[in-house]
Design a protein around this ligand. Structure first.
Ligand code: GMT
Length: 378
């Protein structure tokens, strides 16, 4: 198949899923064309059947706001025509599904199908704003196929937008041959030279991630168990978090690592992963941690209970219940035999989301959508 993938190229779950999917599809012999404003973060190295098409946005002085949606639509038309794309696969609905709709309308023979994958805040947060809701509902309804990364997200889409449409749930995935526990002496030596426990949180530091809760939880843990908190990623809440760790007097034990491209080595040395989010449609970073045998303490929101098995792969608690999450963290970190059981169960659970299996689900879904009546060329 000839597949056009559009995603955000930045540090975020939807871009990661899109890029890993594109790479896996290319390995299976499909031609994959990434269309975005920058090269996706995880797209490094050369692969013969992956191409990147950069969307350039005019900065004409009359435009107070960059017209990315339109520039993207034009680029999609160009790529579809020149490369004879079978489908556009848009990750994160805003504005990609809208650009794809426009592109399909503009194509002389609109046989290029549009598939939209809903990831999270496109549905649960930003898409609900009055300035976006009508266009979101329209663009999702007009897509030839729609997938959501959890049952939770599918239900939210149907109820919040009043959409009557078949939505296929295809969960996030992880390459468990790459994400696995291997000795990471460098990380351990550097961050836990005296056998401290390594607690990890990764995110884009937006409010919705409640990174401050992770710091408060760690603060409670530190009162009982020597440890280091590694915060991976960057975003609007980072300064506030740095300030909090200083106010709590634990800044020497809280390490802000910024955006890391290779997270595997950090996860593979971790003892616990924290995800206290306000909203989480799936929780890809928790899955990646679980693949590395790291138990997870998380909030009970969104799609997280579809991933985490409470009392087996980790623990879940109400949003903002720092005390409970801290108790769970201390319980796991202070009981080696329990920790070992949870670590194994986390890995077992992650194997259910093995990349090869989920990529096949996407392939089958593409085939199903392509098999639906194509518009005949005139
Ligand atoms: O907020 C993020 O974590 C980024 C966001 C995105 O769209 O880039 O992530 C969403 O998509 C991921 C991949 O499908 C999911 O695993 C995350 O749970 C989801 N984030 C939220 O729902 C907040």
């Amino acid at each position: 198949m000839k597949i056009g993938i559009t995603c955000y190229p930045t540090y975020g779950g939807s871009g990661v899923v899109a890029t890993e999917l594109g790479k896996a599809l290319a390995e299976r012999g499909h031609s994959v064309h990434f269309i975005s404003y920058a090269i996706p973060m995880r797209l490094s190295g050369f692969m013969g059947n992956i191409m990147f098409h950069e969307v350039e946005v005019s900065n004409y002085p009359l435009f107070d706001f960059p017209l990315y949606t339109l520039a993207l639509a034009s680029k999609m038309v160009e790529v579809a025509q020149y490369e004879k794309l079978d489908l556009f696969h848009c990750h994160y609905a805003i504005p990609h599904a809208t650009s794809a709709y426009l592109a399909r309308q503009m194509l002389a023979t609109p046989n290029t199908k549009v598939i939209t994958t809903l990831h999270g805040t496109d549905i649960t947060l930003v898409g609900l704003e009055p300035s976006f809701l009508p266009v979101m509902k329209f663009s999702i309804e007009q897509s030839d196929g729609v997938t959501a990364v959890s049952r939770f997200l599918k239900e939210k889409t149907l109820t919040n937008y009043g959409i009557v449409k078949e939505i296929e749930v295809i969960p996030n995935f992880v390459d468990t041959t790459k994400y696995q526990r291997t000795p990471c002496d460098d990380v351990t030596r550097h961050f836990a030279p005296h056998g401290e426990k390594i607690v990890v949180h990764t995110s884009n530091f937006r409010k919705v991630k409640r990174v401050e809760d992770a710091i408060h939880i760690f603060n409670e843990v530190r009162k009982k168990i020597p440890g280091t908190l590694l915060l991976v990623g960057d975003g609007p809440e980072r300064s506030q978090c740095e300030m909090l760790s200083r106010e709590l007097g634990i800044h020497e034990h809280v390490r802000f690592l910024g955006k890391q491209t290779d997270i595997i080595h950090i996860l593979a040395a971790a003892d616990l992963f924290l995800m206290p989010s306000q909203s989480e449609s799936f929780g890809l970073s928790a899955l990646e941690a679980m693949a590395c045998e790291v138990p997870v303490v998380s909030s009970s929101v969104g799609g997280l209970p579809e991933l985490q098995v409470h009392g087996q792969t980790g623990y879940i608690a109400e949003i903002g219940d720092i005390d409970r999450m801290a108790r769970y963290a201390i319980e796991l970190l202070s009981n080696p035999s329990k920790h070992r059981l949870f670590a194994k169960a986390a890995r077992e659970r992650a194997l259910e989301f093995e990349a090869s299996k989920i990529v096949t689900q996407y392939e089958r879904y593409y085939e199903k959508i392509l098999a639906r009546s194509a518009v005949p060329a005139s």
